[in-house]
Design a protein around this ligand. Sequence first.
Ligand code: GDP
Ligand code: MG
Length: 437
Amino acid sequence: NLSDRLERSFKMLKGEGKITEINVAETLKDIRRALLDADVNFKIAKKFTDDVKEKALGQEVLTAVKPGQLMVKIVKDELASLMGGTFADIELKGKPAVILMSGLQGSGKTTFSGKLANMLKKKKGRHPMLVAGDVYRPAAIEQLKVLGEQIGVPVYTEEGNMDPVKIAKAAIQEAKAKGYDVVIVDTAGRLAVDEQMMNEIAAIKSAINPDEILFVVDSMTGQDAVNTAKEFNDRLDFDGVVLTKLDGDTRGGAALSIRAVVEKPIKFVGTGEKLEALDVFHPDRMADRILGMGDIVSLVEKAQEQFDEEEAQRLQKKLAKNTFNFNDFLKQIAQIKKMGSLKDVVGMIPGMGKAIKNMDIDDDAFKHIEAIIYSMTAEERENPAIINGGRRKRIANGSGTDIQEVNRLLKQFDETRKMMRMVSQGKNVQRMMAGMQ
Ligand code: GDP
Ligand code: MG
């Protein structure tokens, strides 16, 4: 995988005194090979390594910075700039603002439509309406309706009407009349680019004049994703790209090449089937991720969103006093669960992405733990020290687990408490030192 390869070539650079034509040549070759293997278009890979080389050789190597680290920074910056440099938001000026989805069947248009409506509603305070423009498959309309229901967003459909152009126009009128300020038009796709699909989506475009045309593409399709993007862009001149299924075992190549080939920004990435599994695209963070450094900024942001500051302070006090108990533990589990799938969360920790890549992290991992804790009495939760052998047996029976599992949890809890206590004291030390400066 790309980050492994890059890491390896950086390791080779370690210890070298400075970046020279000779010691950079091997690394560049490795980077180029890694990019090609990751499905990056060869022209882009070549240009990329040329740019990196030019930057690297032109750098004055400061004695404080190891050449390896300097190369990491150069490659990271170049990767980010290849992916557009800075974050590009969607433009929602129209009243209502109209967003048109495009892309092949199965790319994730309908799922993304639901995710986007949810995000606009929850985070931007907008009032979106979804439009079922995939009229050929009744299941597609049903799918959108189910999503709409889950997020509390209305879905505009017209039974029996097989003309998506008319439906989209009527939907916009309806949104205007009812005060919805964003209209998201989902459309039909086919398994491959074909004339009829292109004509249809082009007709919808000219009829409704969208604020944003988003091209949705499955990042697992590698080089094909780039070709499809090009065909759609030639025809639609879209405004942005949505890369879906970035949660799977995806090679980063598509993200790297699409932007360079169609010269349109990637605006969102889909990272799972759940409605919350949507991120706005930050090129610098993606570059970090590709390099295997972990997307720590996203992790912190996600955590902050979910974690109420007061609760954190309360916990910190409890930890310092060593009164952290199973009730607090339950609350923490709830917080972690809110942050998304366990694998996503763990994968964002630097160094962990690689470690868990092939591991099967079970999102139900908490179920047994919760069952055990719920089988404790209030007193036991407050004061785990009183849980003796008899109580353990009762808890095991009550939770449908066995005594070993209960013992394991109690032990883990004890260790967690110790570790968290150390961390919280570490933080206090840091704070004290900051105060002294
Ligand atoms: P459409 O035909 O373009 O509308 O595609 P759908 O939205 O119906 O998605 C096709 C399949 O991909 C469905 O099974 C979705 O659950 C799945 N899917 C969509 N986005 C993602 C994603 O970001 N990650 C994963 N793992 N699956 C996704
Ligand atoms: Mg669909």
